[in-house]
Design a binder for this molecule. Structure first.
Ligand code: SF4
Length: 211
């Protein structure tokens, strides 16, 4: 039987976490403890659990052609995610971006002995890698700190990715209502993260963030 996937949030559509309209899945649980992590509610507490089949079906109702996976740490659930993407791609040839706290080199090393890591890596088109390092947070869009790299693993986003990621924009976030909870989407600046924590304090509900 397929391993179930533990996840914290998912949204049907945004344009903030990669080229084109994308659905986003934030998985639950992380093996790192980066100082300044804004995704603490994806690491502790409650989570949802669905099979790869159910998760793939959810994606296919979203109407997008692209999926971003973040968290939490996606490669802790490599088997369930690889299976989910494979099921989706049986029906739709989607593009996949993964935010991970591991470096690409660490994943390649582990992939030598862990087939599920190899399988998930092989299905990923763009990997945004590395731990968040507060001291290296330079305010540039799409990743939290300057050590994190945007690595194109396939040809799928050739051209579009360069244009999207090199656009001279600062940090952008969306605050949205998702299943009656306020939710932040995007990679926030320190000021945006502070404002968000105040909003959460006022509303008393959960929230979410990004690497
Ligand atoms: S910033 Fe990302 S990798 Fe680091 S602890 Fe938070 S969720 Fe994990």
């Amino acid at each position: 039987m397929d391993k179930k996937l533990r996840w914290s949030e998912r949204i049907r559509e945004t344009e903030l976490l990669g080229p084109f309209k994308r659905s986003v899945l934030w998985v639950f649980g992380c093996c790192f403890d980066c100082d300044g992590c804004i995704a603490r509610n994806f690491r502790y507490g409650d989570f949802n659990e669905t099979s790869p089949e159910e998760t793939a079906e959810w994606f296919l109702t979203c109407g997008t052609e692209h999926l971003t996976i973040s968290g939490g740490e996606p490669f802790l659930q490599a088997e369930a995610l690889a299976r989910t993407i494979a099921l989706i791609r049986e029906k739709k040839n989607i593009g996949v971006i993964i935010y991970t706290g591991f470096t690409h080199e660490e994943l390649l090393e582990r992939a030598k002995t862990e087939p599920e890591i190899s399988s998930l890596l092989s299905q990923c088109d763009i990997l945004i890698d590395g731990r968040y390092i507060k001291e290296l947070d330079d305010g540039k869009a799409y990743r939290g700190s300057s050590n994190q790299r945007i690595i194109q693993l396939t040809e799928r986003y050739c051209g579009t990715a360069e244009e999207y990621y090199s656009a001279p924009v600062g940090r952008k976030i969306e605050i949205t209502l998702n299943n009656e909870k306020t939710m932040m989407i995007g990679v926030p600046s320190a000021d945006q993260a502070l404002i968000w924590s105040r909003i959460k304090g006022l509303s008393g509900d959960g929230g979410s963030g990004e690497e």
